[in-house]
Design a protein around this ligand. Structure first.
Ligand code: PLP
Length: 398
């Protein structure tokens, strides 16, 4: 018997659930790309995008995914042979370092493993030791989606300042933007990266890079940047095509406009609070399950957990078995374990992730939690009692 009839639910950490308002905005005939409203709508996105990153700096939009944002940030500020410091707290930090390698940049990786946040003191010590200032940038990840570790970006800036080091601070906020509190200017970040398909609730296809005066000066000092990736013309466009170095991503523009309207209406502070409360409800359920079975939260300290994704372990092969049960029996898709391989579990089958980012509410989160519990029952995976009660009690705080 299958219970998988009704609205499917993609509970993964991006792409996230698309609101009906975004889908409706995109469901239309192709617009004129030479004149008319598309130009005005695109221009209207820029100040709203700057607001969600909490910056007075510039916003460049690319047709691309998160990897495109990574590459854009690197090619505008760095050159082959430059060194960068990469404090990695999961797979995405390591992937970004690998993007740098592909560009001839030399990453110095500090690997904090799979459950621990960045230690700002270590960043300070390493930057102090770099007396010749060979390190040109620190590539930090706000929330690493593979582990759900959240890093303290303002503490990393404080460490850089304490060391008196001039490197740029770049922050990958692809998972966290609009989900977790983030203040680009107040936290002293020079370059921020995001993509459309996570907290922004739009299909994959748009990448965003915000940069301040200091990063703009570094770009200005470079002899050349490949035409497509150069952020300079994108932030001073004379016509619609210059925002995107070619044809505008027509339907994404409409979708993003609708999403930003929703974000404005709810308000960033309220959105951050909603994500925090729903995350705490997920954690409360997981902690109750952990009392009587193998389920474990990947990050022990709640202060170091992101509010948009929760990485969990059940032991191989239970993580994959649970995901398969939820998908086939209930039409709920959970995130795979990513970067959690060990010799005993070469495919991360012991892990899974629950995405709770963007367009999510109490009943969606309760639905996922209830369905996870049903799956564990069906698969004879033991678990502690009271998980749904614990989640409901957190939600009642609202
Ligand atoms: C999703 C994600 C990426 C990669 O984004 P793609 O769109 O898959 O290229 C990078 N960093 C973080 C933190 C992410 O969550």
């Amino acid at each position: 018997m299958s219970l998988a009839h009704g609205r499917p639910y993609l509970a993964i950490p991006g792409p996230s659930v698309m609101p009906d308002a975004v889908l409706r905005a995109m469901h239309r005939a192709s617009p004129n790309i030479y004149a008319g409203e598309l130009d005005e709508i695109t221009a209207s996105l820029i100040p709203d995008l700057a607001d969600i990153a909490r910056t007075k700096g510039k916003t460049a939009i690319y047709i691309g995914n998160g990897h495109a944002a990574w590459e854009a940030a690197l090619v505008n500020t760095l050159s082959p042979g430059d060194k960068v410091l990469v404090p990695a707290t999961g797979r995405f930090g390591l992937f970004w370092a690998d993007m740098a390698v592909g560009l001839g940049i030399v990453p110095q990786i500090i690997d904090y493993g799979r459950s621990q946040p960045v230690d700002p003191q270590q960043i300070e010590d390493m930057l102090r030791a770099d007396k010749a200032h060979e390190i040109k940038a620190v590539l930090a990840t706000h929330v690493d989606t593979s582990t759900s570790v959240r890093n303290d970006i303002s503490a990393i800036r404080a460490a850089m300042n304490a060391a008196g080091h001039p490197a740029l601070l770049m922050a990958d906020c692809i998972a966290s933007l609009v989900c977790d509190r983030y203040e680009m200017d107040a936290w002293g970040v020079d370059v921020t990266l995001a993509a459309s398909q996570k907290g922004l609730m739009v299909p994959p296809g748009l990448a965003f890079v915000w940069f301040n005066e200091k990063a703009a000066e570094v770009r200005a000092g470079k002899e050349r940047v490949s035409r497509y990736w150069d952020w300079s013309p994108r932030v001073a466009p004379q016509r619609l095509s210059e925002y995107f170095c070619g044809t505008a991503p027509t339907h994404h523009v409409y979708g993003l406009r609708a999403a930003l309207d929703m974000i404005k209406q709810e308000g960033l502070e309220a959105i951050w609070q909603r994500h925090e409360l729903l995350a705490r409800a997920v954690w409360a359920a997981c902690e109750a399950w952990a009392q009587g079975g193998p389920l474990r939260l990947n990050v022990a300290d709640p202060a170091h957990r992101g509010h948009e994704v929760t990485a969990l372990s059940l032991g191989a092969p239970h993580g994959t078995a649970l995901r398969t049960w939820l998908e086939s029996k209930a039409d709920v898709t959970l995130g795979i374990g990513l970067g959690m391989e060990t010799p005993e579990d070469p495919k991360s089958d012991g892990f899974f992730r629950i995405g709770h980012m963007g367009h999510v509410n109490a009943h969606m989160v309760m639905g996922v939690l209830g369905t996870v519990q049903a799956g564990m029952s069906a698969l004879d995976i033991p678990y502690g009692s009271g998980a749904l009660d614990a989640a409901a009690a957190v939600m009642a705080e609202a």
